[in-house]
Design a protein around this ligand. Structure first.
Ligand code: ATP
Length: 513
């Protein structure tokens, strides 16, 4: 395991041109980040993989690109104006602000950890004769920890659902949760805070409030009937979209995991009522397979089913990824019933239904949605790909090699073209000619600065799958040395083979097949 992986990823992202802090020369803006030159290439490739696997590979899924601004009543109908809230609480001594639900969930996790430690201790003490199931059911200390955690979570959820926020204060009190900065338990009352950013429309009166969309999904729902009428789609069919979303996240300390401005890749799948379970299971499987194909290890992915479902939902799960700070939500898969279409139908008085010509019946379709954050996916991919190993340098001494083991189809640069030495006109002319020839086929980088060893390392650090080196022999035999990123193997190949070999290897179709 790599020590301090998260800190390394954050530093690497900046040093190797993946992610910069927004407005950095003004000391940055909290929870807002910019994608740097290599980062934008990687992110675009991830989006292309998602888009092609959703839209290109399914004849019953079409794509749209709806606006960030929408009619303000959209957000009333969707429930976001009234209920898209986080429960906040401040520590009066440190003035630090927390999400009350996260404080309680973290404290409950610690209680569960304590229970697990008790079980581990007993396992060691009793050896082969240990009956773990019985121990868990009867040991008073284990039971006390588990019951305390479960009761806290239950009371928190009841409090949130009924709007009784004092109950959250009571749970915080009972669990003796202290501020990590001041160490005190001097809390304000818990209150709800709406996460939507708002701005003013043209008339600048209170009626002209416009929201920056907190999710892309509503742009899909309000276009449902347009797509049915113009694109000859009938359930089951999906509408996919990639776009920016904005949330005024108060507690955002995990790099690009939780941002105020981020990008979502969402697909709403419209189905006949009664087929919800079938399509929910179908999309769960499809989506986890998609992550595995990209190179995520099975042990780093898991489903986390929601226990407290929204009243309209029949099932919901998160695909969690093992980020360097633990398993956290990467993607949500939700069976939402007909909640959204019905709400917009009611608000607008317009029929949002599908008329089935076979049964001669109209119905409001149900929806299964898949929703993944492009930025969280980026972080997951980066943490999974980051690797360090000791390798011999040119003098035979061991040195550290940092390598991003990215799937070649998503690597930002596919091939680096490197003349062996810098100040040799013949070599650089030849190298540039090769560079100009292959850059039509994929993203290449020409680099002649520093020693060849240093240049290889630089490409390893950004995950470039191939390096092509042009040396003196190239001038006579028209061959180059191709170097493979993962095992550093080198071989001579003819110049005219370069484009074919690299193209085959890095083609997006390798991920789609
Ligand atoms: P969380 O519980 O972590 O706040 P959520 O359940 O509110 O997430 P959804 O509303 O289901 O998230 O959004 C779908 C996806 O959008 C998430 O799985 C995540 O990948 C991404 N996402 C949500 N909020 C953010 C954010 N603030 N920054 C980056 N990505 C986000």
């Amino acid at each position: 395991m790599i020590e301090k992986l998260f800190e390394k990823i954050v530093a690497h992202s900046k040093e190797c041109g993946f992610v910069y802090q927004s407005s950095e020369i003004y000391d940055g803006l909290s929870a807002v980040y910019d994608y740097a030159p290599n980062g934008v290439l990687l992110k675009n490739n991830l989006k292309e993989y998602w888009w092609k696997s959703m839209v290109q590979m399914h004849e019953n899924i079409v794509g749209i690109d709806s606006s960030i601004f929408m009619h303000p009543k959209v957000w009333k109908a969707s429930g976001h104006v009234d209920a898209f809230n986080d429960p906040l609480v401040d520590n009066k001594d440190s003035k630090k602000r927390y999400r009350a639900d996260q404080l309680i969930e973290n404290a409950a996790d610690k209680l569960i950890e304590k229970a697990e430690k008790e079980v581990e201790k007993a396992k060691k003490r009793f050896g082969d004769t240990f009956d773990e199931v019985l121990y868990r059911q009867t040991n008073p200390r284990v039971l006390e920890y588990i019951n305390k955690a479960n009761s806290a979570l239950q009371r928190m959820n009841d409090g949130l659902n009924s709007g009784n926020l004092a109950e959250l204060n009571a749970v915080i009190e009972e669990l003796e949760i202290a501020c990590e900065v001041s160490g005190t338990r001097n809390w304000t009352e818990v209150r709800q805070f709406n996460l939507m950013f708002s701005t003013q429309g043209g008339g600048a009166t209170s009626d002209d409030v416009l929201y920056l969309r907190p999710e892309t999904a509503q742009g899909i729902f309000v276009n449902f009937i347009n797509v049915v009428k113009t694109m000859r789609q009938k359930p089951p069919f999906g509408i996919a979209q990639i776009g920016k979303a904005f949330r005024n996240e108060i507690v955002a300390r995990q790099f690009i995991f939780r941002m105020r401005e981020f990008e979502q890749m969402e697909m709403q799948f419209f189905i006949k009522p009664g087929t919800d379970k079938e399509f929910y299971e179908f999309w769960k499987q499809k989506r986890i397979d998609w992550h595995l194909k990209l190179g995520s290890k099975a042990e780093n992915l898991r489903f986390h089913d929601h226990e407290n479902l929204a009243h309209y939902a029949s099932a919901a799960t998160d695909i969690q990824f093992k980020f360097p700070f633990g398993f956290k939500e990467l993607e949500g898969i939700h069976a939402r019933g007909n909640f959204d279409l019905s709400a917009h139908q009611e608000m607008t008085g317009k029929k949002l239904q599908y008329f089935d010509p076979e049964t001669k019946e109209s119905y409001v379709p149900h929806v299964v949605e898949t929703s993944v954050g492009a930025d969280r996916l980026f972080l997951a991919v980066l943490s999974q790909a980051y690797d360090e190993e000791m390798v011999p340098d040119a003098n035979g001494k061991n040195e550290l090699r940092v390598v991003l083991r990215l799937h070649p189809s998503i690597a930002p640069i596919k091939c680096a073209v490197l003349p062996l030495v810098k100040n040799n006109e013949e070599l650089t002319t030849k190298a540039k000619a090769i560079f100009n020839q292959i850059r039509h086929a994929f993203v290449c980088e020409y680099d002649e600065k520093d020693s060849i060893g240093r240049r290889y390392r630089r490409q390893d650090e950004i995950g470039t799958p191939f390096c092509i080196t042009i040396d003196h022999e190239t001038l006579t035999d028209n061959q180059v040395t191709i170097r493979y990123r993962d095992n550093m193997r080198q071989e001579r190949i003819a110049i005219e083979q370069v484009e074919r070999i690299v193209s085959e290897y890095v083609d997006m179709k390798n991920l789609l097949k």
